[in-house]
Ligand binder design. Structure first.
Ligand SMILES: [Ca+2]
Length: 139
């Protein structure tokens, strides 16, 4: 698949386990554990991904919430929402996903932001079922 490519830079991460399952409005959702962090561009203390090179990137969040809680979140590029959603179920735990592709310049950052927070436990996290991932598609 990659034969003939002159540059085989691999930048990819997959992170899970949000530090705070009751994020406040505008709080960064910090995913503290990484299954994968090729290129070390995802910072698991800040919850931010910093593009090491300019290119086309893909990001996705899969997030689950507690029953009767609404979970509002977005993928942001330097603070501007580039994908967003909210998820509610009046009874059951449930999950949804958002994903997007975006051009990034080197040093720009992407993170997951809670767009309307609560002091109640919103994020349902067990065994890594809520996660954030990103990958460089093309230089
Ligand atoms: Ca909190």
């Amino acid at each position: 698949l990659f034969s003939g490519r002159q540059n085989n830079t691999v930048i990819a991460f997959s992170a899970y386990s949000p530090v705070d399952i009751s994020p406040a409005t505008n709080q960064i959702i910090v995913w503290q554990h990484t299954r994968l962090n090729e290129g070390n561009a995802y910072n698991n203390t800040l919850g931010t991904f910093k593009a090491p090179v300019s290119g086309l990137y893909y990001f996705a969040v899969h997030a689950c919430h507690y029953g009767s809680q609404t979970l509002y979140y977005a993928i942001t590029l330097d603070g501007f929402n580039i994908a967003s959603t909210y998820k509610y179920d009046n009874k059951n735990q449930d999950c949804d996903s958002i994903s997007t592709v975006t051009m990034m310049r080197a040093e720009q950052r992407v993170w997951v932001r809670c767009t309307s927070g609560s002091s109640a436990n919103q994020l349902w996290e067990s065994n890594g079922r809520s996660s954030f991932m990103g990958v460089l598609l093309h230089l």
